[in-house]
Write a protein that binds this ligand. Structure first.
Ligand code: FS2
Ligand code: SF4
Length: 517
């Protein structure tokens, strides 16, 4: 096998051998490559015809399936390949246009690097487009871009042809995050600042993980009045802030911290866990009987909830396990009993005048966006230390699952606003972008001239498409860690450093000094 799409890749170069660091087996990795080759074939076929909504959905599912920590199951990956090939045959029978993805892995390192940025980027976008689709929101331009990008991956192109498509990947993701923001807020309302308990009350409960709010809504409806409490996990935490979700009294709080701690946190948990998306880790026997998957998430021998969305098996498991006998007062990593979320663009821009005044009066010296994925590498303490060491006249905006390292800290307030503001899931990077653009307008300067620095952590492919969006917007001086992607070749890296001043993180002290002068 060969796979180097995520931050924990073996030796910082690529997973090979019998399984990847994430637990994905060599046969699963090989089938994911075959699936990608089939998707290129489908895109080539569909581009020449008018693609239908069915074709578009299959492309989203296929790409989403290959994201890190989503699908570990050869049987369901094979079914996905069959689905892609069947769709291609319906459009154009007997067309032999599938592509061998190994050609990309074996290409010269710069072409491989650019094609990886495109491929991993569209995998991330596909996840966001999929969540929007679940709420019946689609975007023709985004759908068209998947075909364009997949087709480009199969072309014998060089740097000059591929580089513009890399930037276009960032543009397509911006449109897609905007679409998902619209889908989420029009369906569930504008997120409001909300304090979320980390205590698990006594009695039956279900933990729901991943990014899909639609699944949460359906689960809340199906458990209504059944004496079962619902707790979010990981990237589902920001759901508490949406008015139409928070109105359910049995949506009680949040269980656990970021994804990489799940094997420890789920050990013997007396309730089931439903995974709607990544990040699923190899399931340990102490809780394997209580893990459920849905959508494109799949793991061998784990019960899957299909598109009928009948959660009865999860509900029955919750009642059978019965929950804790007494309330469990869990805390965050730093000992906090609650965490805050809900500072999306709607909330922050509503107090834009206060923010602008605080900057003008010198009460706020600088904004940091400390956001992105979490992961298991030791170097990720950087982000906790960075937040702890940021001076008291600075504000920390955050998003995605990396925030669990510091979101239970009480860092006080500035001008009535908490110093740490959680903007939401990784896709809510859209909120951060909207706020940055609005502040730039208020100060009559460019985003790069704002007292704002982006200190980002990456792990999987959604972080790749978000980074490409920031580059597409011309945002400079991004600090990126904990390590740089293995798929960025030295030439591509120098291009990014020269044109965007992309900077690898060093130490919190040094980077803070550099930023604040
Ligand atoms: Fe964290 Fe994992 Fe959101 Fe990523 S829960 S690293 O999926 O996409 O962020
Ligand atoms: Fe390795 Fe990451 Fe690929 Fe898993 S997703 S096989 S850890 S590079």
């Amino acid at each position: 096998m060969f796979c180097f799409q995520c931050e924990q890749t073996m030796g910082g170069t690529g997973c090979t051998g019998r399984a990847g660091m994430c637990g994905k087996s060599a046969p699963a990795a090989k089938l994911q490559d075959e699936l990608t080759g089939a998707l290129i074939g489908l895109a080539r076929t569909a581009a020449a015809n008018a693609p239908t909504s069915k074709t578009n959905r299959i492309i989203l599912e296929g790409l989403f399936t290959t994201i890190t920590n989503v699908n570990f199951d050869v049987a369901t990956i094979q079914l996905m390949i069959d689905k892609v090939n069947a769709e291609k045959d319906t459009i154009s029978p007997n067309s032999d246009v599938n592509y061998d993805v190994e050609q990309i892995w074996n290409d010269n390192e710069d072409v491989r690097s650019l094609k990886s940025l495109i491929l991993f980027g569209i995998r991330g976008i596909a996840a966001y487009a999929y969540h929007a689709l679940m709420l019946d929101y689609t975007d023709k331009e985004v759908d068209a871009f998947f075909l364009k990008a997949l087709t480009a991956l199969g072309e014998n192109w060089g740097m000059n042809e591929l580089l513009p498509i890399v930037m276009e990947t960032g543009k397509a993701n911006l449109a897609c995050m905007e679409l998902l923001d619209k889908a989420n807020t029009e369906t569930y309302g504008t997120p409001q600042p909300t304090s979320v308990p980390l205590t698990i009350e006594k009695g039956p409960f279900i933990v729901i993980s991943g990014h899909d709010l639609h699944d949460l809504k359906l689960l809340l409806d199906q458990t209504n009045g059944k004496g079962i409490n619902i707790y979010t996990h990981g990237e589902m935490l920001p759901a508490h802030a949406y008015p139409l979700l928070k109105k359910y009294p049995h949506l009680k709080g949040n269980f656990g911290t970021a994804w990489q701690n799940q094997q420890k946190e789920f050990d013997n948990i007396p309730g089931p866990i439903l995974f709607t998306t990544n990040c699923l880790m190899p399931v340990r026997s102490s809780y394997a009987d209580r893990v459920f998957t849905t959508e494109v998430v799949s793991y061998p021998e784990i019960v899957h909830i299909d598109d009928t969305k009948d959660y009865t098996p999860v509900i029955e498991k919750a009642l059978e396990l019965g929950g804790y006998a007494e309330a469990q007062h869990f805390t965050g990593i730093n000992g906090g009993a609650t965490v805050m979320t809900g500072f999306g663009h709607g909330t922050v821009l509503a107090v834009a005048d206060t923010v602008v005044d605080a900057v003008k009066a010198g009460a706020i010296r600088h904004f940091f966006l400390v956001g992105g994925c979490d992961g298991a590498r030791p170097g990720r303490n950087y982000y906790t230390d960075f937040v702890k060491k940021a001076p008291a006249d600075t504000v920390i905006l955050t998003l995605a699952c990396g925030k669990y390292r510091f979101n239970d800290l009480d860092l006080g307030t500035i001008g009535g606003l908490p110093r740490i503001m959680d903007m939401g899931q990784c896709n809510d990077a859209y909120s951060a972008i909207k706020v940055a653009i609005a502040l730039a307008k208020a100060f009559n300067c460019s985003v790069n001239d704002l007292p704002l620095s982006l200190v980002l952590s990456w792990y999987e492919q959604k972080a790749v498409c978000i980074l490409l969006t920031l580059l597409y917007l011309g945002i400079q001086n991004i600090y990126l860690g904990p390590t740089l992607p293995a798929f960025v070749s030295p030439n591509v890296l120098s291009y990014l450093v020269e044109n965007f001043h992309l900077t690898p993180i060093t130490t919190p002290e040094e980077d803070l000094k550099k930023i604040l002068g």
